[in-house]
Design a protein around this ligand. Sequence first.
Ligand SMILES: *[C@@H]1O[C@H](CO)[C@@H](O)[C@H](O)[C@H]1NC(C)=O
Ligand SMILES: *[C@@H]1O[C@H](CO)[C@@H](O)[C@H](O)[C@H]1NC(C)=O
Ligand SMILES: *[C@@H]1O[C@H](CO)[C@@H](O)[C@H](O)[C@H]1NC(C)=O
Ligand SMILES: *[C@@H]1O[C@H](CO)[C@@H](O)[C@H](O)[C@H]1NC(C)=O
Ligand SMILES: *[C@@H]1O[C@H](CO)[C@@H](O)[C@H](O)[C@H]1NC(C)=O
Ligand SMILES: *[C@@H]1O[C@H](CO)[C@@H](O)[C@H](O)[C@H]1NC(C)=O
Length: 445
Amino acid sequence: MAFRTVWNYCVPLTIITVACLVRSAEIQEGKGLADHHYTLKARCQAVQAENVTVLEGGTAQISCRLQNYDGSIVVIQNPRRQTLFFNGTRALKDDRFQMVLFTPRLVRITLTNVSVSDEGGYFCQLYTDATHHQVATLSVVVLPETPMVEVKQDAVEGGEVELTCVSARSKPAATLRWFRNGREIQGEVSQEDNGKTFSVSRTIRIPVERKDNGAALSCEASHPSLGGQKRVRHYRLDVNFAPTVRIVPPPGILREGDSLSLTCSITGNPLPRNIQWSKINDSLPERAEISGPTLQISRLSQSHNGTYLCQAQNNYGRAADHYTLLVYDNVSVTTTVLPIPTTTRTVTSHPTTPTLLASRFIQEPRDPGAVVETHSAVPYAVIGGVLALLVFTVICVLIVTIWCSVRQKGSYLTHEASGLDEHGEVQEAFLNGNDASQGKKEYLL
Ligand SMILES: *[C@@H]1O[C@H](CO)[C@@H](O)[C@H](O)[C@H]1NC(C)=O
Ligand SMILES: *[C@@H]1O[C@H](CO)[C@@H](O)[C@H](O)[C@H]1NC(C)=O
Ligand SMILES: *[C@@H]1O[C@H](CO)[C@@H](O)[C@H](O)[C@H]1NC(C)=O
Ligand SMILES: *[C@@H]1O[C@H](CO)[C@@H](O)[C@H](O)[C@H]1NC(C)=O
Ligand SMILES: *[C@@H]1O[C@H](CO)[C@@H](O)[C@H](O)[C@H]1NC(C)=O
Ligand SMILES: *[C@@H]1O[C@H](CO)[C@@H](O)[C@H](O)[C@H]1NC(C)=O
């Protein structure tokens, strides 16, 4: 009965100690089978080790299972075959190792703050007549950190940006994927083996326009030990572009004594820091006050007439807008004509000299008299247009009416006799004037 128990216990084990097998072989050679069984019962001491997988920084439990332990010495060694514990007593000075259990069935040690350098086979040795051991393989998993995005060069509109998503350490290698608006962007993957861990990167190249500035991208790192979880790095595109400048003109007309407030609205990446206000061919008036993008002139006088320029620039270009100020006197208040503010915008992708730039905006200040003239001419033009339209309509109606009647006649003639062609042609010519040839074609159809 006792034998059966031992037999049942020993045989299903995946590992039966060498000692056990050696013993049985010796016995089988020399003695009878019954003796052998008897010896087996007494001698079947075994150690069984379990493989362990643990996250880096975690705690590993290394267990050696014993069978029929008879008080022999149990030695546990690290992968470099340094003895950690000699029958329960610490041998190696490394506080990360602790003996937590030593029973006749189980010897267990723990290793805290596991690092990849701790990987390898840990030896569970049982010193019996013949020394034998089992190896517990410790595997360390390194989870990837949230990946980083590296940008080689600043993105400039009209160009291409190269983005590299990098996961510096993982084990096994992490998988990286780029996404934009839920769509995956393929790229080049590269993987480097840094001994125990892997460094993975995925590089994408995307063309960028101004509208892409601020666009959201993400790089996801996935790893078998993260399950379905992903470590995601969000990245916003930073697309550089030359500035645009627009002066918001004041509504209505300005008269002496009014105050002027001009605001220059600027875009650009990077946003230009300095906004320059100037007056073409002149210096800014004394009363002009500049605060950021706003130019203010209180108590306007006609000496303020002129073209005002707002300029901005960044590393990618410069831009300017101008506004022509006309200050009307108090006497001509009766005029209700609104001058149309004239502004033009220019973007130069390459910085030019201020004089060159200024010359682009040279424009004669508007003569309000001319404006009035243009406006008074408008009613005549409208009346003329309406008359012309009326005349045109009448002519059209006439032509259609004549054409219809001719068509009727035409079919009649075709039915009557073809010999009457000449007569018809004459009639057609009479009716249609210059369109005779076209009329003939109609007949012959
Ligand atoms: C333990 O790991 C080693 C090395 O990876 C392997 O050869 C062995 O088969 C593993 N043992 C068990 C019981 O899984
Ligand atoms: C080894 O340690 C075990 C458990 O403490 C003990 O029972 C056994 O006698 C020891 N063996 C030797 C040879 O010291
Ligand atoms: C864990 O080990 C690493 C090096 O492997 C060390 O830098 C870190 O301080 C350790 N942490 C603790 C809590 O001991
Ligand atoms: C025009 O009127 C304003 C007040 O409405 C006055 O301050 C200014 O002096 C006047 N200018 C002239 C030239 O009369
Ligand atoms: C300023 O502009 C107004 C409107 O065109 C014009 O009437 C006036 O003569 C101009 N004054 C000067 C000093 O140019
Ligand atoms: C500025 O001065 C130049 C030359 O003196 C002249 O040709 C140009 O018309 C002027 N521009 C304006 C807006 O007055």
